[in-house]
Design a protein around this ligand. Sequence first.
Ligand SMILES: *Cc1c(COP(=O)(O)O)cnc(C)c1O
Length: 458
Amino acid sequence: MTKRPIPYKIYLSEDEMPRQWYNVRADMPEKHPPMLNPVTKKPATKEELEQVFCKAVAEQELNDTDRYIPIPDDIIAFYKMYRPSPMVRAYCLEKALGTPAEIYYKFEGNNTSGSHKLNSAAAQAYYAKQEGLTSLTTETGAGQWGTALSMACAFYGLNLTVYMVKVSAEQKPHRREVMRTYGAKVIPSPSDTTETGRKILAAHPGTGGSLGCAISEAVEVALKTPNCRYGLGSVLDHVALHQSVIGMESKMALDKYGVKPDIIIGCAGGGSNLAGLIAPFMGEKLRGENDYRFIAVEPASCPSLTRGSYMYDFGDTGHITPLMKMYTLGSEFMPSPNHAGGLRYHGMSAILSKLYDDKYLEAVSVEQTSVFEAAEQFARTEGILPAPESSHAIRVAIDEALKCKDTGEKKVILFGLTGTGYFDLTAYKKYNDGEMSDYIPTDEEIAASLQGLQQLQP
Ligand SMILES: *Cc1c(COP(=O)(O)O)cnc(C)c1O
């Protein structure tokens, strides 16, 4: 391996882009427990999943044996519009911190949706079109996933209805216009357009909504509409699979310069970017070839890994999805209106949950104001205005780099910069005005929303 000076940005060429996704499940010594049908408590079958998702996606969801899955050429063509994404050496941040650590970040915000979510949106829309479907439905929290799927549906020629969590729709009216420009219909959730929405509105009038509610609404519409399926932007295994392109590119870029990260950090909402970023590195750890520390960062207001329980739970508030064994705060958990909308989900990827339970992955939770302090420092030194979600990872990357300053260790830190914060200016305004608060749920609140999970266990 040559020791060349490391540039500020390590780019890969289009030809170097991965042509396969890496399926970390194939290398997990113990697989995570299967999704269950909530009525029969039997493992969900491909046929059941195909009522909600398109066929290729249902198949990928259940695949825990193939290590590599080819990326179809048409998806590669879409990826080429915005990938490979840059790997950046944060020289300026390192200098500002005065740390001996090397800090790198993989930047996924270089596309109009402003986040990594396009990596899975492209795949899901492609497969839907391929299978002759005419429309998709989905939910969106912060708006990144809705925007990503709108872009992908416009590209492949599909109609899309997006249920957008009401508080986000109110905080981010401009997001809605981006989605509409790409042809999507956007409905604030909970809405009176679905049975679940009407029920939730009756039980919690004035609620700002949650991802869990919006998912129920979107799934209901997909089930009731011919030639329509539902697309999910996080949590599920096929989404993690599509996001492995982030980790594969990262590893390739660092390998070019002989750089091996010691610590890999990502924010975790439903877990897809983190699962994707760490995938090939985790594969090496699982196979005993290399060791890394992996850290999931979640908001203190919605701490599923650090304070939730590892149990079977529904993926949505309306209880129409299969049961998944995951770290969860309970599907009834209504997170406070924290500004990192993309991290307000009660559960966590089954893959990450299992890896966490088996101690391959660590988790920490951080408070919102300290996250925005990190975001501000990052913006002022590295130039990029980060998404609040991504800034959770920045917070912990900075903390780890400062620890190195204390100990003199030259650790190599890699984190995922999942997106940009242009649509989060209401949050930045709160921070700049000194009006940001940290809401941390009490043990009693968490215990209350976990109540009732016992009866769901097989
Ligand atoms: C959605 C989103 C996240 C969180 O989702 P994961 O599935 O946990 O990756 C993080 N950052 C950004 C910018 C997002 O849009």
